[in-house]
Structures are given as structure tokens and as C-alpha cells.
Design a protein around this ligand. Sequence first.
Ligand SMILES: Nc1ncnc2c1ncn2[C@@H]1O[C@H](COP(=O)(O)OP(=O)(O)O)[C@@H](O)[C@H]1O
Ligand SMILES: [Mg+2]
Length: 313
Amino acid sequence: MRIFRERRADAECDSRAARGAAAPGAGLTGVRAVVAIASAKGGVGKSAIAVNLAAALALAGHKVGILDADLNSPNVLAMLGLQAPRRVFGGDAIEPIAGPLGLRIAASGLLPGGEPPPVSFLDDEAAHAAASRNGSALAELDYDDALRRLIGLTSFGALDVLLIDLAPGLEQLFRLARIAPLAGAIIVTQPSDFSVRAARGAIEIARLCAVPVLGLVENMVGFSCEGCHSVRPLLPHGDLAAAAAAEEVATLARLPFDARLAESCDRGVIFIRAYAESPLAKNFHELARLVALKLSAALAAESHQLSAAEEAG
Ligand SMILES: Nc1ncnc2c1ncn2[C@@H]1O[C@H](COP(=O)(O)OP(=O)(O)O)[C@@H](O)[C@H]1O
Ligand SMILES: [Mg+2]
């Protein structure tokens, strides 16, 4: 088993990371827009949203990839019904997994077995004790180094949008911004005061890192009551609207709770295809439309550059 750990700020770790680091963003050459899906806390729906937003963008005609940057708890492949990969390498490059709707997926399981070099965070004595307890099956790996390699080595090819599904925590966006050039971030929240405060923290971090906030997605805002045909509150309402206005950030979507989304994720089925007529599926298509609109300037500018380069070549 491999565990990706925080880097210890000492010379040994730094030199190992420097020795093994792939060039930042080297695998992103053909990607027009890289978008992070971030949240301050876990379980708010980032991965479920990443998968269905990616599918909605693909159904709208875009070439889309997903990079599962939750290195220790990757679940994007499973949510798409794909097996944990048998590793496919072409030289040093990592070939992403081909998913439904032409989606191209990369996850930590694709990293070569010996890469990046393991970093132990235990002193020698503790490491030996742990090794004798657990049969030495655990390798601790530097998190940022592994993420940098996964991003740098994966041959995504030509993509319109690469969604990067982050692990929970405000620091994840900060760390990713140092590794990959981001066209923007989507911040996922739930209706609670805590989530709203956390969303404001995420916006602040995005701004510190000069990452444009494409907008907020408020998930699980209510549930559809089949008995009385109304949408009823599910969680206490944090005042996201006021926070979004104060931060001058758009709310891109307010998504209801629909148990069939959780069930679809568990079964590895794309919700917006399985329940295409549901209100939530329509919310995802509208979210995709708004995201594409927000990215349109970057996409148009980039495609202009590409065609200019093609003409020159
Ligand atoms: N709107 C929703 N309705 C029903 N279930 C949802 C919804 N959003 C997310 N879920 C479910 O909640 C759980 C946590 O979502 P997940 O995407 O794994 O969160 P995160 O990636 O932020 O940790 C998953 O089982 C997912 O299917
Ligand atoms: Mg997740």
C-alpha cells in the first residue's frame, strides 16, 4: 500500500523532490483550460460533481479529462465504472484511462510503482518498528511530488477542459496552483454556516494564488419530496448568497439532494445519463453551460493561438 504524505521541510526531502520532479504542467501542453474543483471540507460532493460536470461538458461536444488529485482516496474511476488501472506506459509517459463519453482519466494508481521515490516521515527506529508490525508493505510518498509527477507525466493529449478533482482542504488549491496553470476554480459548498465561512476562505486562497474563481456550487440545498412534490430544505441554510455577493463571485449552481446520484456513483454509472430527465441532471447541464461560458474567452484565445501555430507550422 502507498500513502502520500505531506513533505517534511528538510533538506533530504527537498533534494529528493527536486531530483524526481517532473516539469510543472508538462503533461498539460494540449489542454486548453485546467479547472480545479475545490472545497474546504470533504463529503460535499466534489467528486460526484466533477464526474457529472465532465459528462455534461462532453455531451455538449467538449473534449474533457478528469485528474483525480485525491491521491489517497481516489474514487473518480470507480464513479465512472472503471477498474483501478492496469498501468499503461509509453516510455516515461502515463496514458490516461479512456472512459465513457471520451473522458480521459488519470489517478494516483497510474503512477509507476517506484515513483516518486518514497519519503519516510518516521525516524529509523520508528520505521523499523512499523515495518516489523505491518510486514513493511507501506511506502510513504511525498504528496506534492506525486501530484506533480501525475500531472507532468500524463499524456492527456488535446483536451478542451481538464477538471482536477481535489482532496478536501483549503491547502489543496494552494498546492495545486504551484504545480499546474489553472484557468479557474469551482468551489463546492453545502448550506451551512461552516461551509459558507470555508467557501470564503477558499475564495481568499484562490485570489492569493491568482486563480480566477469561476464560481460556487452549492450542493445538497434541498430534497425533492415525492409526496408533496416540493423541494424541501435538507441542511440549515448558510447565507451563501450574501457571501457570494460580498465576494463578487457567481453562484453557478444550487444542486438538490437526489439519492439516485449517490447510488449512481456507487454503481459506477453516470447519473446524468441514467436519469437524464431528472431536475438534477438538468442542473448539471446548466452548470456545464455556465462553466463553458466562463471559460470561453480562454478557450477562444487558446484555439486562436493553436491555429496560428498550425498555420505557421
Ligand atoms: N446532490 C447529491 N445528492 C445525493 N448524493 C450526493 C449529492 N452530492 C454528492 N452526493 C454523494 O455524497 C457522497 C460524498 O460525495 P463526494 O463527491 O464523494 O464528496 P467529496 O468528493 O467532496 O468528498 C457520495 O456518496 C456522493 O455520491
Ligand atoms: Mg472526492
